[in-house]
Design a protein around this ligand. Structure first.
Ligand SMILES: C[S@@+](CC[C@H](N)C(=O)[O-])C[C@H]1O[C@@H](n2cnc3c(N)ncnc32)[C@H](O)[C@@H]1O
Length: 285
């Protein structure tokens, strides 16, 4: 299997997430309502308090950075870093419309953080770390920029079989394409799904007080069509797979996706299970 260089992987991520930035903006309110509980969980796990100086990794369109900014208040501050400038432009628009002047967004790579050693009171991250080609290197950077005794709280996707929300389209697309088995060490949605994988890398980097929990929930949709349209608009890795299909296959695949979600239909709509690995760690004093 040809190995991608870290530089190319990062450039690919930047292009992928810039491409879907419009989709994130379109579905922003919907996904904010659906996933906001994760932001509260991260803010609590990172022990955020008024006046803290916080770094959010891979902020995308602003989560959980915006909740962090509200939590630390005007005496505190938040920096959200991300590769994709178009995702960050959306985050900045939201911060401005919410009247937050204590949060700034800047482009950058989590693997080479452009900050001084011991400069943050906490680090948060939602659904970013599994997309890095060099996670151990990023772990060393995160521990470096945290102040002694400060906490990291990160959310990454757990196992594929516990995430029908993400796996339904992937399973359908595989019915049309002969895809090679994914390289388990390549950046991707489930790269950090295994228990203790991320925690182990953080420990190697010097973190202590490691804990992790699989947090299960569901994402609700009014219809299979709404589910299919929203996920295809925002999930860059799934969009990349979908793009390999012919036009006819795309139409057929959409139909199969909509039919597949029917098994998750309840009286009040469709509830698709998700499982998120919440990993928390502390820099030694
Ligand atoms: C699934 S989105 C999550 C965005 C946001 N945290 C959320 O939960 O809504 C993943 C984000 O990670 C960013 N990302 C991926 N690799 C990165 C890297 N090496 N450095 C900084 N950001 C990265 C992408 O650009 C993208 O915006």
């Amino acid at each position: 299997m040809t190995q991608q260089t870290p530089e190319r992987a990062i450039e690919g991520q930047r292009q992928d997430w810039n491409r879907v930035a419009g989709g994130w903006e379109k579905w922003d309110r919907f996904f904010d309502e659906q996933m906001t509980f994760l932001n509260h969980r991260l803010v609590a796990d990172a022990r955020l308090r008024s006046g803290m100086h916080v770094l959010d990794l891979g902020s995308g369109t602003g989560y959980p950075a915006l909740l962090a900014a509200q939590t630390v208040g005007p005496r505190g501050s938040v920096i959200g870093i991300d590769l994709a400038e178009k995702m960050l432009a959306s985050a900045q628009r939201k911060a401005t419309s919410l009247g937050f002047s204590n949060v700034t967004f800047r482009t950058g790579d989590v693997t080479t953080l452009p900050f001084e050693t011991n400069s943050f009171d906490a680090v948060t991250s939602r659904f970013c770390l599994m997309f890095l080609p060099e996670i151990p290197k990023a772990a060393v950077e995160i521990v470096r920029v945290l102040k002694p005794g400060a906490w990291l709280a990160a959310a990454v996707w757990s196992a594929p079989d516990k995430n029908p929300y993400l796996m339904i389209p992937i399973t359908v697309i595989k019915q049309f394409l002969d895809l090679p088995p994914p390289d388990p060490t390549a950046p991707g949605i489930f790269r950090l799904a295994k228990p203790a994988d991320l925690a182990g890398m953080l420990q190697q980097a010097g973190f202590m007080n490691l804990s992790e929990e699989e947090f299960v929930a569901d994402v609700r949709f009014a219809s299979g069509e709404e589910y299919c349209a929203s996920l295809m608009d925002i999930a860059a890795p799934i969009q990349n797979l979908f793009a390999k299909l012919s036009d006819q296959q795309k139409t057929d695949a959409r139909g199969r996706i909509v039919t597949s979600v029917d098994q998750y239909r309840r009286a009040d709509g469709i509830a698709l299970p998700i499982a998120v690995r919440m990993v928390v760690a502390r820099k030694p004093n």
